[in-house]
Ligand binder design. Sequence first.
Ligand code: ATP
Length: 249
Amino acid sequence: MTALVEVRNVTKSFGGLVANKNISFEAARGELLGIIGPNGAGKTTLFNSVAGTHRIDSGRIVFDGRDITALKAHEIARLGLTRTFQIYAASGDLTVKENIMVGCFMKTGSRSVASARADGLLRDFQLEPLARHMVGELPIAAQKRVVMATAMGTEPKLLLLDEVAAGLTPHEVDATVASIRFIHQDLGVTVILIEHVMEMVMNVCHRVLVLDYGEKIAEGLPRDVVKDPGVIKAYLGERYAREYTAESS
Ligand SMILES: Nc1ncnc2c1ncn2[C@@H]1O[C@H](COP(=O)(O)OP(=O)(O)OP(=O)(O)O)[C@@H](O)[C@H]1O
């Protein structure tokens, strides 16, 4: 598999705090990559660095064969790299369908094309009965599906999902896993996801990167990463690691 995105020696500081320190990784076309690590490790900062939400201090990012390091977020999104936000950021004034259409307008200027595409996404993400509801009034699980459907409206090649399982019940996490598999397998989108819900990471990710204090401390198969002593110490804890080691052996 060839790399769809290559991140080389990316550093990003906020004042004296180095939130991403010399981080390098690649995601292959068709891969489903997870990023884990404790609160404040630099995961969201890394998404912001890759998606052009902020300028990085140093390093280089290549997406789909093109150097995107100096591009702005909307220019990067047009190339097919879309990110979702951990905190839902859409306008509360929009209905579910209108919200999804905002994503579709990235690829078309036609209202009827955007509307038809949004109808398809409403079906794909089981949102049809909610199409006319205001997004801000929906339960969290449905809001997360709107976030994913809106992102898919931009027709990405690479989708960065920031904690789409946070705050969900186990049943809702299962439904989110199904949505991610649909995006990845049926729609053929490469996915990188940040997640604290380890059941989901273990379930869906091909590979996992682990960040701690702004640095990449591990990278590998989920079953190997959860046994890494550095990852256990920094993030998972002994009890959790024992559970997963027992399950995967
Ligand atoms: N815009 C900003 N200005 C100043 N500091 C920031 C900014 N964004 C992030 N930071 C700091 O950078 C560090 C990394 O934050 P980041 O949000 O990337 O961590 P994270 O791994 O995503 O955490 P979480 O799992 O809690 O979402 C933290 O110390 C955070 O306070």
